[in-house]
Design a binder for this molecule. Structure first.
Ligand SMILES: C[S@@+](CC[C@H](N)C(=O)[O-])C[C@H]1O[C@@H](n2cnc3c(N)ncnc32)[C@H](O)[C@@H]1O
Length: 248
């Protein structure tokens, strides 16, 4: 059997073009099991993290929310459920993820409130200042040019609008760091081998978490992208963080 490390090279060894190609391949092959594995591997913490993120949103002008890298649309759905007056757009560049998302949206009777479009976070095909809030959950770590993605998110929100980024991070607490390292690099790939149609993907995803910038470093990137009053929320011992920046 081909070794996992051979199938997806280290994040550090590849250029941006290959990284994007791999991300597209990964998310088009794990689609069917993506929700189950997300909930299972995070002990359903992912659901609580998205709920918390949506609770921080403020709608005051356009009453529209954009969910970039929407995947199977969980953040979009949570926003539509928490705020019955808003309209939501979800954007992703993997058709299979959007198809799965659409099934969930239809089953929850939200088709008139959530539209899904295929597109790239680096070239959002939507006008400036068209949303009160734009967010990305567990997507920014897969985007090599993070400042450009953040700049696009800033472009599409109204002045005083929010850019929300929810992302997995490597914890700082010493002993927990070691345990989490073991979890990401040994336990997670083993569990994925049992449950996922593409277990190799989980080596790559684990590595992408370890290579995500520090919390301070990412907050600085948000400022570099022109966002102000950046707030940082530490979730579940630092394995996840929510960053909220505002458009001046
Ligand atoms: C880990 S999933 C997260 C999905 C969802 N936001 C969630 O909360 O579960 C990452 C998603 O980001 C998408 N993605 C990555 N880079 C992207 C880009 N440049 N433009 C659009 N979507 C992208 C992938 O296709 C995938 O569906």
């Amino acid at each position: 059997m081909e070794s996992s490390k051979n199938r997806y090279p280290s994040v550090k060894e590849i250029n941006d073009y290959d990284r994007i190609r791999i991300v597209k391949e990964i998310f088009s092959t794990i689609t069917g099991k993506y929700d189950f594995l997300n909930h299972f591997l995070s002990l359903r913490r992912d659901v609580a993290w998205r709920r918390f993120t949506v609770e921080q949103m403020r709608f005051f002008n356009t009453y529209r929310f954009l969910d970039v890298a929407t995947g199977t649309s969980d953040l979009a759905i949570e926003a539509a459920l928490q705020y019955p007056d808003i309209q939501v757009i979800g954007l992703d560049f993997v058709r299979q993820m959007l198809d799965q998302g659409m099934k969930k949206i239809e089953s929850k009777g939200l088709s008139t409130r959530i539209d899904l479009i295929k597109g790239d976070a680096l070239h959002i095909p939507l006008p400036d200042k068209s949303f009160d809030a734009a967010g990305v959950a567990f997507g920014i770590r897969n985007i090599p040019d993070k400042i450009r993605a953040l700049t696009e998110l800033r472009r599409v929100v109204v002045p005083r609008g929010q850019v929300l980024v929810l992302e997995m991070t490597f914890p700082r607490i010493p002993c927990f760091r070691q345990f989490y390292d073991l979890y990401l690099n040994r336990i997670l790939p083993l569990l994925a081998r049992v449950f996922s149609p593409n277990p190799d993907a989980y080596y790559y995803l684990g590595e992408s978490i370890m290579n995500f910038p520090s919390v301070k470093g990412f907050a600085l990137m948000m400022k570099d992208a022109g966002l102000v009053d950046v707030e940082v929320y530490t979730l579940t011992l630092g394995i996840c963080h929510l960053f909220i920046g505002h458009k001046p």
